[in-house]
Ligand binder design. Sequence first.
Ligand code: C5P
Length: 234
Amino acid sequence: MNDPKIIVALDYPDAASALALVAKLDPQLCRLKVGKELFTVAGAGLVSQLVDQGHSVFLDLKFHDIPSTVAKACEAASKLGVWMLNVHASGGSAMMMAAQEAVNKLAQPPLLIAVTVLTSMDEPALVEIGMSGGVQATAMRLAYLAKRSGLDGVVCSAQEAPLLRRELGADFKLVTPGIRPADSSLDDQSRVVTPLMAMQNGASYLVIGRPITQAANPLAALQRIHQEIKHYEN
Ligand code: C5P
């Protein structure tokens, strides 16, 4: 079965701009990520439209609430036919297990992954909210908690991927943003990894936004990245 590794981040302020980009892409070569901005303006209707067009959608809404609320949100998202969705691991094991149970009600459950520590959080920011022990140890602890709660994987940086792959096993999905092809602008990302390096580091899927969405020819940019990681696509 075709299992594209590239997830194109649809970071757009309205449905029309997102759909215009999507029309240029090849659904055989990529999946799509709908995040908070686009979902807030365009809603479930856009997600259903993308699914109906044959696209595989990662709904990146990072749910974090009491277990029953998150479970209902995850069930509702699953019913839209999304391929993957996510929650915050810091919501705890009861919340993650409720979320997993909810998605498992579907005949074909989507992948459920967790966010560990947001990359915008440094050590002082973690201490401020009562989380001590450092960013890396906290991220690892939360990744273990996600795995023990039955989730399919985590979002992580491609630089952390080798350690997480070793610790969490071959089947745990590692979804990595912060990817830049060698010839591409850094934008506001600082610690970037090329698509090939990310796959070599053990990433399962690559979240890539501007190197594709802002390219003069988005399809050509997507095809180049696909060629670079072809060995890992199946
Ligand atoms: O355009 P770019 O490739 O930087 O987009 C990356 C996408 O991944 C964006 O949607 C961004 O919000 C998301 N992301 C990230 N870094 C994280 C987590 C998510 O860039 N640590």
